[in-house]
Ligand binder design. Structure first.
Ligand code: HEC
Ligand code: HEC
Ligand code: HEC
Ligand code: HEC
Length: 429
């Protein structure tokens, strides 16, 4: 070989290696090749039946039965009571069912079982709660509209048979992503979002947002409503609730302070939407349902859990050149900061409920100032619970959540100050 041939040979080898790397990288982030679509019968809600045509997706869906703690120590898929880590939860939910039972969430497979077994559920619990547990609501809503919300929940759990499953997110004819929850469609319609025109990327978050969101029940009808008319931040939603929408004023009267309280409900969609990833177009599925390889076949993982169990497929597909340790540290650092502030705000709120009670029991209490302190604790608790009820311990949007918790602590102090004024003395002494 001449020197020229050697150089040429070397260049060709390098070129082939380079192209190889490019192909591998591009392939790594591309969706799987289109799978052959097999139409399912409308109203087929059993994932095992769908699974016969889509075995890879079904096998990974069955992994939602797994129960593992999170490596960061927050969240996880083990049924622990949330108040083991935050005893103030019991005090802050006094007089409400969340003081009886408030467990960590686990995989989609358990959605109906956990609801049935929750001590919060009684024969009087309304049917609305079934909306985010099963695809069966498609049938219920088609036949009865919102009237199904009046049927006792326990009856509907037995009728539903299947928890969150294929038909919750896929059109049975085309396998395209779809939303079945009518409340999500209505709420998006009110703010001018036409779901029939949503992009595939948007749908990769909307299918989750239909359940992982804050809500309330319309008084009288129990209709499910998402409070997004003024926007998605904690402030926007508080303002919305202050207008007493559809006659809704509060979830309950606090047993200790007598304040009218709003219960926050897992605002994961809202939290994500204003966060770095949400604003950068990174979808829920990008992190929680990454593309996965099995025996050379590529598919979307349907094991929906903490991405920290599969950092390589999830975070590092985009954060190239970073390590698993980096990703873990980023999540843990944010969660530690948020937990510390959440715990502090929660404890201050618990103390404020006590102080307001003392003020209310004081002879000659100023009722105007007492009402003011109750309004302040309502607001403090909303800001705290927006973060505490969301599931990522602040990771989805740590900047917003730290600010929200700062506001919450400040408002709890103001509530204590107002209670002191109502009583005409310093109740902290
Ligand atoms: C950038 C990646 C990313 C995106 C995008 C994302 N998440 Fe997460 N999510 C995480 C991480 C990291 C955690 C924390 C996991 C842990 O603590 O082990 C988490 C936690 C959660 C949890 C709690 C899991 C548990 O262990 O209890 C839920 C529920 C959740 N996310 C839902 C959503 C939804 C719904 C969306 C979209 C609206 C979304 N996530 C978008 C990364 C993401
Ligand atoms: C929580 C929502 C959700 C549920 C439940 C769900 N899927 Fe999916 N599925 C998705 C998302 C998101 C994608 C990615 C779609 C995309 O990007 O176009 C997907 C993709 C798919 C695909 C396309 C091929 C692939 O792997 O990307 C098939 C087939 C599929 N799912 C089958 C199923 C089956 C079968 C079930 C029930 C056992 C199921 N899905 C349950 C959300 C869901
Ligand atoms: C039909 C309603 C519904 C849909 C759709 C839905 N979820 Fe869930 N999700 C739930 C419920 C209910 C639970 C709690 C189940 C339990 O604790 O028994 C849950 C639990 C979870 C968990 C906790 C799992 C664990 O291991 O701790 C994660 C993470 C999660 N969902 C993410 C998502 C993402 C991401 C999407 C969209 C791709 C999605 N969910 C779509 C209702 C839904
Ligand atoms: C689909 C691509 C994608 C995935 C998957 C993804 N990220 Fe990101 N991430 C981004 C983008 C885009 C940004 C915005 C800033 C930028 O362009 O670098 C970002 C920003 C960040 C930041 C800096 C901003 C902040 O909020 O502090 C951290 C930390 C981060 N990601 C961690 C993670 C972790 C941990 C995971 C996995 C759980 C993850 N990311 C998954 C695309 C992604």
């Amino acid at each position: 070989m001449t020197k020229g041939q050697k150089i040429l040979g070397g260049v060709i080898v390098l070129l082939v290696m380079f192209l190889g790397i490019v192909i591998l990288r591009v392939w790594g982030v591309q969706p799987p090749a289109a799978v052959k679509t097999v139409a399912m019968a409308k109203g087929e809600y059993d994932p095992a039946v769908w699974g016969k045509s889509y075995p890879l997706e079904y096998t990974s869906y069955l992994k939602n039965k797994e129960m593992k703690p999170s490596p960061t120590g927050y969240g996880g898929s083990v049924l622990v009571q949330k108040w083991d880590m935050q005893p103030e939860l019991k005090a802050n939910f006094a007089g409400y069912a969340f003081s009886l039972d408030y467990k960590e969430d686990r995989g989609h497979f358990y959605a109906l079982i956990d609801q049935k077994e929750s001590k919060r559920v009684t024969p009087q619990t309304v049917g609305t709660c079934i909306t985010c547990k099963t695809p069966y609501i498609e049938k219920l809503f088609a036949e009865q509209g919102w009237n199904y919300a009046k049927t006792p929940l326990l009856t509907l759990i037995d009728e539903s048979k299947h928890p969150v499953s294929c038909a919750s997110c896929h059109d049975p004819d085309t396998m395209q992503l779809r939303v079945v929850n009518p409340a999500f469609k209505e709420a998006m319609g009110r703010i001018g979002v036409d779901l029939t025109k949503a992009s595939k990327d948007e749908m990769r978050s909307y299918v989750c947002g239909q359940c992982h969101a804050e809500y309330y029940f319309e008084p009288g009808t129990n209709r499910l409503v998402f409070p997004w008319d003024k926007g998605f931040t904690p402030q926007n939603m508080y303002e919305y609730y202050s207008t007493k929408p559809n006659g809704f004023e509060r979830d309950w009267i606090h047993a200790t302070s007598g304040a009218p309280i709003l219960k926050g409900q897992h605002p994961d969609f809202e939290e994500w939407k204003n966060g770095t990833h949400g604003k950068s177009g990174v979808s829920c599925a990008d992190c929680h349902m990454p593309y996965t390889l099995q025996n050379g076949q590529k598919y979307t993982s349907h094991h929906v859990t903490s991405p920290l169990h599969y950092i390589q497929e999830s975070c590092l597909t985009c954060h190239r050149g970073q390590t698993e340790e980096w990703a873990m540290d980023q999540v843990k650092t944010k969660q530690d900061a948020v937990f510390q502030m959440q715990h502090a705000a929660g404890q201050k709120i618990a103390q404020a409920h006590q102080i307001i009670k003392q003020a209310a029991d004081s002879p000659g209490v100023d009722s105007g100032k007492l009402a003011k302190s109750r309004e302040l604790i309502r607001q403090a608790q909303w800001y705290w619970d927006y973060v505490a009820a969301a599931n990522s311990m602040g990771f989805h949007n740590s900047v917003q959540e730290l600010q929200t918790l700062g506001q919450s602590s400040d408002l709890a102090w103001q509530a204590i100050e107002a209670a002191n004024q109502a009583a005409g003395r310093n109740l902290l002494q």
